[in-house]
Design a protein around this ligand. Structure first.
Ligand SMILES: [Mg+2]
Length: 186
C-alpha cells in the first residue's frame, strides 16, 4: 500500500483565523508563536500535531477568507509551505453576499467551487469557526469554537477524535454534526 495515500477518502478544508490560529495587531500577555506582516500570531494549542495527523488522514486544503498573501504566509509558518496541501484559497475564492441577520456582507465558502474542481460533495468536510461562511454547506461543516489565544484551548484535540469518527463515513452530509463535541466527550 502506498504510504502516502491518506487513510480516508475525504477532502478536509481548513479555515485559518480563529480555527487554527489567532492573529492580532496588539500582542496578548502570552508569548506569540510567529509574526506575519504586522500581526502577532498565536497557534491554537495542538495545531502542529493536528495538521500532521490530518495530512495522514485526508487530502487537506486551506480556505481562508483573508487575503492571499496573508494566507500563504500563515501556511508557510504552519507547514513550511503549501506542498502537501491540495490548495490554499483566500478571499478571492469566496463569494460575497449580504447576510440579512448580521446586516453586513459576509464571505461565503461555497461548496460549488470545490465540486467544480472535481471533489465529491459527500466527501468534503469543512472546518470553520464562522457558521455564516458555510451557510450554503451546513451539511459539510464542522463548526469549532473560535480560538482567541487561550493557552488552555482543547478544541483541536477533541476535533481530531471527531474526525476519526467522521473520516470513514460514506456520506458526511448525512451525519448530524451539530453537538459533535458531545460525541467525543460522551
Ligand atoms: Mg475563521
Amino acid at each position: 500500500m502506498d504510504h502516502l495515500m491518506p487513510r480516508f477518502d475525504k477532502l478536509l478544508v481548513l479555515d485559518l483565523d480563529e480555527t487554527l490560529i489567532h492573529a492580532v495587531e496588539t500582542p496578548l500577555p502570552n508569548r506569540w508563536d510567529f509574526r506575519v506582516f504586522d500581526y502577532y500570531v498565536y497557534k491554537r494549542p495542538g495545531v502542529d500535531e493536528f495538521l500532521q495527523t490530518c495530512l495522514d488522514w485526508f487530502a487537506v486544503g486551506v480556505w481562508s477568507s483573508s487575503g492571499v498573501l496573508y494566507a500563504d504566509a500563515v501556511v508557510r509558518q504552519l507547514l513550511g509551505g503549501p506542498e502537501r496541501l491540495a490548495f490554499v484559497w483566500s478571499a478571492s475564492n469566496c463569494a460575497r453576499r449580504y447576510d440579512p441577520e448580521a446586516g453586513v456582507p459576509v464571505s461565503g465558502k461555497d461548496l460549488k467551487k470545490l465540486t467544480r474542481k472535481g471533489f465529491q460533495r459527500e466527501r468534503i468536510i469543512m472546518i470553520d469557526d464562522s457558521p455564516e461562511k458555510l451557510a450554503k454547506n451546513y451539511g459539510n461543516g464542522v463548526i469549532v469554537r473560535p480560538f482567541e489565544g487561550d493557552p488552555a484551548d482543547d478544541e483541536l484535540r477533541l476535533l481530531l477524535k471527531y474526525l476519526e469518527v467522521l473520516g470513514p463515513v460514506e456520506n458526511v452530509r448525512a451525519v448530524e454534526k451539530r453537538g459533535w463535541r458531545s460525541r467525543v466527550l460522551g
